[in-house]
Design a protein around this ligand. Sequence first.
Ligand code: SAM
Ligand code: SF4
Length: 510
Amino acid sequence: MSGVPQSNPQAAAQKTFYLETFGCQMNVHDSEKVVGTLLQEGYRQVETVEAADLVLYNTCSIRDKAEQKVFNRLSDYKKYTAQGKTFGVLGCVAQQEGEKIFERAPYVSLVCGSASYRKLPEMLRQLENAQLESAQSRNTTTEAAAPPFAVFEGWESMLPTSRDSSVGTAGKSAVKPSSRKPIADSLIRITGLDDRETDACFETEFTARTNPHRGYITIIEGCDKFCAYCVVPYTRGKERSRTSQSVLAEARQMADLGYTEIQLLGQNVNSYKDSEGKPGLRKSFAELLAAVGEVPGIRRVRFMTSHPRDFGRDIVEAIDAVPTLCDHVHLPVQSGSTRMLDAMQRLYTREQYLERIAWMKAAKREISITTDVIVGFPGETESDFVETLDLLEEVGYDAVFAFKYSPRPNTPSLKLEDAIPDEEKAHRLDLLMAKQREIQIARYKKYIGTRCEVMVEGKNEARSQYMGRTSHNKTLNFTAPPTATPKPGTYAPVVVTSSFPNSLLGELVV
Ligand code: SAM
Ligand code: SF4
């Protein structure tokens, strides 16, 4: 079931939670599923830390800045522990730092990586039981000798694996499954950290989607690519796909609830592997994409993220064949230099990447192409960087998400020499963004005078403008006569009248 499930009314008055999410769409959607799970367990969601009994952070560790934000937040909120609040850290920082979080923030009670989310209901119940036990042992003087317990849960495999051996402390422990050990400081500690080798996905019928018109569906979790700079394979675990049957069932349920736009999510959607049915009849990613696009009621389907190595021509053919598939592909390149791509372990060359761009440019509809770039990867020379600038020009991207290389724990690139000083990284980032701005100004200008269909996202009252999004994933703000009041979630024809580097402006066609 999609939509916000009802919480258990009896318990709702007692247990409240606050959840803050950091990071990418995957995290945003994980949080929607975590919220649904908590509501189902009888919790009630509140808007502030002050009003909550349980405070959760769903964290991101893709770059150092994101990780620091979480620890800053935790130290800000330390004062609330005196009010008996319980703190939990979920997601990538939880998985990466593991039990070290308890050393840094001793008032945290729950640490859970995303691969263990399907065990959340069990962990929440253990948390409550341990809290009850702890309160009872404090109140029962005759049982004063019995210390409060820490409860450890979620250890599926006791043996360190090859993956574990490369991830530092988070994946290893000598603690037996469900073992409980007395601790001196009366703190309750529950962990879900040892599921990165699982084949199971976090599937729940209780997803509390925040937008009633467009929603995410995760089709693949984890990642097996091990790019040299990236924490994701260590934090989200091994790659595992949902069955096409389960994805399509969720898409149909969403359509029944009135959703018209679906975004399929995964770190690398192109390596989707269906396990449903006989081998010859299993759906490829392109076939799944087309099947979601054909669900009655669905008007737009997006997908994110594609890895160039696994990006096949069949995806472009699906976009050509199925009108509901949006004409936008996010294809992260990371660098325009084959030498750097090799150092990054990206498994493709500049030429192979450009071949995929050529497939898209030959499509029947114009496909908008966006990308991610990392500047200042160890050993990146001026000439490597110039190759990236040239590639931006050659492809003509509609948007670029550019990042300074951030050394991350446990990743192979930590050992590489020739680190680039931060000022140089910042300089290259500025040059790259300036170049991309020029490219975007020219690309957006081309839309002036064209007619686009937008999904209405809301209204900016101060500007008397409606906000819309095109199938190309561009923001198209527009004005409308007072007699027309386009509602959020509806689709409207708009003619583009002017352009900016990151958005378009237009008028509703009446
Ligand atoms: N799976 C996607 C792919 O293969 O492109 C991207 C996942 S990652 C969450 C999003 C982006 O963060 C990457 O494309 C990359 O540009 C950036 N990124 C990842 N690790 C980084 C690091 N250590 N430093 C800087 N940027 C990084
Ligand atoms: Fe990270 Fe590479 Fe996997 Fe993307 S494909 S999540 S960049 S390891």
